[in-house]
Design a protein around this ligand. Sequence first.
Ligand code: NIG
Ligand code: FE
Length: 444
Amino acid sequence: MDDLVILNIGELITLSSEFLDKRGINPCTTGESSQGINSLATGENVSSLPPQDSSIGMTGKKQGKVRAGKEMRELGIIKGASIGIKDGKISYIGEPRKAKKEIDAKGKVVMPGFVDPHTHLVFAGSRVDEFELRILGKSYKEIAESGGGIANTVKNTRNASEEELFQQAMRKLDYALLQGTTTIEIKSGYGLSSKDEIKMLRVIESLNKKHPISVVPTFLGAHSVLPETNKEKYIEKLLGMMGEASKFAKFCDVFCEQGVFTKEESRKILECGLNFGLRPKIHADELTSSGGSELAGEIGAISAEHLVYPSNKGIELMKKAGVVAVLLPGACLFLAHKSPVKKFMDAGVPIAIGSDFNPGSSPVLSMPIIIGLACILLGFTPAEAITATTINAAYALGIEDKVGSLEIGKDADILILNINSHKEIPYWFGFNPVEKVIKKGEVI
Ligand code: NIG
Ligand code: FE
């Protein structure tokens, strides 16, 4: 018997590659065709009939396919179906079966938990005074050049104990969970010394162990160069930190930006990371066109992130190398700039969306708000923004086979939303539609 079944789901957003790939061909193992299943696929064309077979999606195809361009509008929506959960995994989608516990989701939206693929969530203090300075006309860059910005947060973070950082981050994760985040990436980068970077990575490791949200760690020792530091020497130190960092982190990230790390310096750092098994990510072309998107393509990074000023060549190289564009609408709002979304869509580069939660450029942690900003500010459709914050975000973290879509065998990371249509997520801007969060089969 299953542990849990969610019944009568108004709109079940599967993001299942089975439904999207087959375009209306019955994906059941029985081989029998049924009208319900035949009309399941292709996003907006939803089925109003529950599937006839009790388990869809068992053809054994590789799950969790990343999506680009128009495919990002296809959510694989089913109306009136049920979803079963057993041992923390999704056991079936279709006609309801008996389970130990039932939840009625009549008229509601059920979807995969949000995957936030880019945050700087571990830090001490805030930068609320700089926020006011920016309102009064100072730019992010000017504040950074006068000793504020990242250096300000580095000072606070170095002064905080590991326990303080951990407790503060736990509270932030509690909030993220209430807003539907079930997986989150967290970068180091406010330590900028061997001791303090490792302290941050240890905190990130403890968060993953202690909090229900799954945490994916990234080493961002190359986040900045402090004014008192010699850059060449710091790069040598960074290369020296890589071995220890690789015991904790899955990815290595670099802030490739004018006045921070050049394209060639970034390449050197990321190649060293690769030698230690850390896949590259890049803070690319955020404030100026700095070669980051090109480097991402050349080096085969898993993702290039921010991407406000990417070159056409960079976009082309990203497409060729299969690099995901991680766009960050919160930072776009706070820094008053916009990523060229259409260029990435037209080029067929898959797009993920993250919060970039940090105390300087994006103090926004709620994924429903981020989806609102993606639609209102950057022109995503609601469906595209949902794809970008679930399956494509999982792909940007290399975990698309486990999370990001509702498919048999994947983790039961599921949200029940108190709305009738997924389009209401961005529409009721600022409202949290998340009624229940299920993490690995547990109702939180
Ligand atoms: O993603 N670009 C660099 N890093 C962060 C900002 C961090 C900060 O200002 O503290 C970002 O925008
Ligand atoms: Fe960032």
